[in-house]
Design a protein around this ligand. Structure first.
Ligand SMILES: *Cc1c(COP(=O)(O)O)cnc(C)c1O
Length: 230
């Protein structure tokens, strides 16, 4: 018996129900299974149970796992803080980098993507809680940064990501999700050439249903699938 198949089924059902309850199609929300600290064998179980999109926070760990699971059809997403000097390792592995928050980092990812002749998809990470401990560009700098990044030919901005302040009641997080959705509308309204910000990466184990009600298209879920991290 696949030990996490049941968790996956339960999470997917909750995602569908949350989407349907607010008039969205279940397929409009993609599950990014967060696998930091999760061993490759468990990820393989998750693939066998039907998942194909996984989020990693650390480059070194991700490189090892991508190698160990090279035979699986996996779309890897990078969701952690990325240092510019690690961009060269990130570009070959990740289909989507959720955490671009400076022009310096964007420029380096662009350079690495150009070297490999590909266009790297990215999200701009926004720090809505103005928390110093968290990565992300400030809300009022998002449009400016997007404009700058749009000039880089080997990057494609797909949308926005946020990691809101922690609250144990999901309702308290709702205003942050709503702000990110509004910010995406604003960004779309700018009609920056080449920028079609369809994606909103927000919502984790404790609050993904609220995030879906507020228009999340990518939910990043770890604990509900793989259990508490050590
Ligand atoms: C760890 C992590 C998650 C998943 O958190 P859970 O509460 O375990 O679902 C989501 N997003 C980011 C950026 C993370 O670092």
């Amino acid at each position: 018996m696949n030990p996490i198949a049941e968790n996956i089924r339960r999470v997917q059902e909750k995602i569908s129900n949350a989407a349907l309850s607010c008039g969205r199609a279940a397929e409009s929300v993609k599950l990014v299974a967060v696998t930091k600290t999760v061993e490759p064998e468990k990820i393989r179980n998750a693939v066998e149970a039907g998942l194909n999109c996984f989020g990693e926070n650390y480059i070194q760990e991700a490189r090892q796992k991508a190698g160990a699971l090279a035979d699986c059809d996996i779309s890897w997403h990078f969701i952690g803080h990325l240092q510019s000097n690690k961009a060269k390792y990130a570009v070959p592995i990740f289909d989507l980098i959720h955490s671009v928050d400076t022009f310096k980092l964007a420029r380096e990812i662009n350079r690495q993507a150009e070297k490999r002749g590909l266009v790297q998809k990215i999200l701009i990470q926004v720090n809505l809680g103005e928390e110093e401990s968290k990565s992300g560009v400030q809300e009022n700098e998002v449009l400016g940064l997007a404009g700058q990044i749009s000039e880089l030919e080997n990057l494609s901005i797909q949308g926005l990501m946020t990691m809101p302040p922690f609250f144990d009641q999901p309702e308290k997080v709702r205003p942050f999700f709503r702000r990110l959705a509004l910010l995406r509308e604003k960004l779309a309204g700018q009609q920056i050439p080449g920028v079609v910000p369809n994606e909103l990466s927000m919502g984790m184990t404790g609050d993904f249903e609220v995030a879906i009600e507020e228009s999340a298209t990518l939910v990043r879920i770890g604990t509900a699938l793989f259990g508490e991290r050590a």
